[in-house]
Design a protein around this ligand. Structure first.
Ligand code: CP
Length: 341
């Protein structure tokens, strides 16, 4: 039987995602114990990832398993990632060799590949994630690449279901926020795909120049239509976009056309600091009750004001907790046994 990876939400059929979310709910209620005894999860971080690392380590611990972690820059580990590189520089090991060895030790491997510092045409290939998945005989979990963050998306979907109950037809707004760094598009695209899978109406609000990759936008549109939802529109007005929103997902990403050109991108971004979620903007959501989501870590009073993050609409901590529970379900599904309590 061929192994099963989790590289992108759309790789799994809708019924498998729905079953995974149902398993997650049971895990969260305490109905499932153990199932990962003597199992080893190897985690590779090419860029730092505090929440992902701690939530996966906790997930493995709670079900009796063990985690190995390799992080770029820690313990002298600075791997080369380019295939075919002539390694006469600083890097003492190629990622592919580390991966092949960990594949022998572990039952599954998670990797945060992070965005390469190249132009988007190259970055959008997610080359590192794909060659790691090809090389491993064990399941590979995408812990965030330039294009996708499926574990975050699963937590987003669960949080939307918990907070909104019946989600079909409800309005989900992904709104861009200013950030001092140009971040990848993986989170906003994955969140929009998750909401589209749930049959929600999708609005993507972003300043001109911050369009998502057209293929990703088309996929979000198709996914929403297939799930019976409606792709509402792209909006470049941070006030108008929030009108009638049932959920507001604040995210930040760099201009894909200027990927790999940080100085030029920063110049464009500099004039956009007004793009943040304030209490007055939140008032225009449906009944002023729009649920506020963010993948964390968040830049307080830059992306979202304190009054919003600490107010009654904010679900960001519940959303972060849900990372733990969905990942417990993913691990049980990929390498574990599901046992009733
Ligand atoms: N949300 C998320 O993936 O956070 P980290 O970058 O801290 O893992």
């Amino acid at each position: 039987m061929s192994k099963r990876d989790l590289l992108a939400l759309e790789d799994w059929p809708p019924e498998q995602i729905e079953a995974l979310l149902q398993l997650t709910a049971r895990i969260k209620r305490g109905e499932i114990t153990g199932g990962l005894e003597k199992k080893v999860l190897a985690l590779i971080f090419l860029t730092p990832s505090p929440s992902t690392r701690s939530s996966f380590q906790t997930a493995m611990f709670l079900h009796g398993g063990h985690t190995l972690v390799l992080e770029r820059g820690q313990e002298g580990w600075t791997p080369e990632t380019e295939l075919g590189a002539v390694m006469d520089g600083e890097a003492g090991e190629h990622l592919i060799d580390a991966v092949r060895v960990l594949d022998r030790y572990a039952d599954a491997l998670g990797i945060r590949s992070g965005p390469p510092r190249t132009e988007w045409a190259a970055a959008r290939q997610d080359a590192v994630m794909n060659y790691v998945a090809q090389q491993c005989e064990k399941p590979v979990i995408n812990l965030e690449s330039a294009r996708r963050h499926p574990c975050q998306a699963l937590a987003d979907a669960l949080t939307l279901q918990e907070k909104l109950g019946q989600v079909v037809g409800k309005r989900f707004v992904v709104t861009w926020a200013w950030h001092p760094r140009a971040l990848p598009t993986a989170v906003p695209v994955s969140a929009a795909l998750a909401a589209a899978r749930l049959g929600m109406e999708i609005v993507i609000a972003r300043p001109e120049g911050y369009e998502l990759d057209p293929e990703d936008t088309a996929l979000i549109r198709r996914t929403a239509q297939q799930a019976g939802g409606e792709f509402v529109h792209i909006n470049d007005d941070p006030d108008d976009a929030l009108v009638g929103a049932d959920a507001v997902y604040v995210g930040s990403w760099g201009a894909v056309k200027l990927y790999g050109k940080p100085a030029e991108e920063a110049e464009v971004r500099a004039g956009l600091r007004d793009w943040k979620l304030t209490r007055s903007r939140l008032r225009s959501t449906r009944g002023g009750k729009g649920v506020v989501l963010h993948c964390l870590p968040v830049r307080r009073n830059v992306e979202i004001d304190d009054q919003v993050l600490d107010g009654p609409n904010s679900a960001v901590v519940d959303q972060a907790e849900n990372r733990l529970h969905v990942q417990r379900a993913v691990l049980l599904e990929l390498i574990g046994e599901t046992r009733e309590r």
